[in-house]
Design a protein around this ligand. Structure first.
Ligand code: CU
Length: 138
């Protein structure tokens, strides 16, 4: 009787561990880049980026001015842009326009190593870049 309960406990525990591991892998497989636009400048926070993993770029415009986040890094890639509750999905999306105090999210898979520049088409002096090291590639 006692032995039976113990086995049931172990089975439940191992089940819980398994799903916790699956969740952990899930969260690691998405790499996040934070881009904040402040005083006509792109401020970028990124960790090491790896090839072929889903990349999420959060862009927030903290200025009182309209800005644009545009890049050729999305060229030929399927990208998903979420802004104001609307989702655009497709290839050949060049970027996203951001009204004052608004934010947007771009999801795509980085496939080319190197420096990926982005800019604001309204203010050509506004530039930034993402660095994808090939050494980090799997
Ligand atoms: Cu701008």
């Amino acid at each position: 009787m006692r032995r039976g309960w113990r086995w049931a406990g172990i089975a439940m525990l191992s089940g819980a561990c398994w799903s916790a591991t699956a969740l952990h892998v899930e969260s690691q497989s998405e790499q996040v880049v934070e881009v904040t636009i402040r005083d006509f400048t792109f401020v970028t926070k990124q960790g090491p980026l790896r090839l072929g993993l889903p990349t999420v770029i959060h862009i927030r415009n903290e200025d009182a001015e309209r800005h644009d986040f545009g890049s050729t890094m999305f060229e030929g890639l399927a990208a998903r842009i979420e802004k104001d509750g609307v989702i655009a999905y497709g290839r050949g999306l060049g970027g996203v326009m951001l009204d004052p105090k608004r934010d947007a999210t771009i999801r795509f898979n980085l496939e080319r190593p190197g420096r990926h520049t982005f800019r604001c088409s309204i203010h050509p002096d506004m530039k930034g870049e993402l660095l994808l090291l090939s050494a980090e590639a799997v």
